[in-house]
Design a protein around this ligand. Sequence first.
Ligand code: NAP
Length: 278
Amino acid sequence: MANKYVMAGVMGWPVAHSRSPIIHNHWIRQYGLQGAYGLFPVQPDKLEDAIRGLPALGLAGCNITIPHKVNAMKLMDVVDPLALRMGAINTIVVTPEGALHGFNNDGFGYIQSLRDEKPDWQANAGPATVLGAGGAARAVVLSLLDQGATEIRLINRTRAKAQALCDEFGKGIQVVDWSERHEALSGAALLINTTNQGMHGEPELDLQLDRLPVSALVSDAIYIPLETALLRNARLRGNATVNGLGMLLNQARPAFQAWFGVLPEITPALRQAILATF
Ligand code: NAP
């Protein structure tokens, strides 16, 4: 790897807002590697051409973001079993033979972000309440189950989507109606918001925390802003909180390792470099 110039990037539409180039180029510099990580704005109808071009261009691989995560999976030669269960990929690794391998590190990133905040965190410590049933929720729910969670209360505005996820992933998930979300916090050990409510440009998440134990860990997949109203309210009442930046940073680590051969660390300098862009 020492003398090889390695290139990777992120495909999305739009993709200009992505912080991934800052993360990966920071690590390339930190570890003294030869290479670069770029932004690839790829329209949905050009996705297949773009992905098929990766080996031809000699890229080590790329990240896949909205709206391509589901369709890109269908173009892989090999899909990692976990990504297959999630139904989406966020990372492509091009093998030396030019084959395309698809992975999904979002769930790993989420679990690791909890452990960074609370090293002794256990998935079976008590009920987990999950809001949302989109792509982020799939990664979160599946990884919680894989870590040993035994009671997940799944709540989505469109109940049918939560039910479909429950039917697919099965045991351990209980679907709760959106109208009962406030009550569903009772006795929870973990709360996670995977809806887009609270994200920059969206209304705040409408959730009353009164019934949530102060011992519960409260997390939000959103990282713009870093502290959503949900996290602020939780912090002010004494709950430990985890924002979405840890999920973003941690999902990048295994991808960087696959492309550049080094498992990188999340340092204060890296966090600072990201925070400077907000
Ligand atoms: P998605 O698949 O589009 O899902 C969006 C979710 O938000 C759905 O459950 C949707 O419910 C819900 N929602 C939308 N409008 C709502 C409203 N007005 N009231 C209540 N619920 C509403 O999106 P996604 O990919 O899962 O992403 C969700 C969030 O996670 C985004 O903020 C994204 O930035 C974040 N995320 C972060 C990371 C990270 O690394 N930190 C990774 C992935 C995603 P319905 O089913 O009813 O429409």
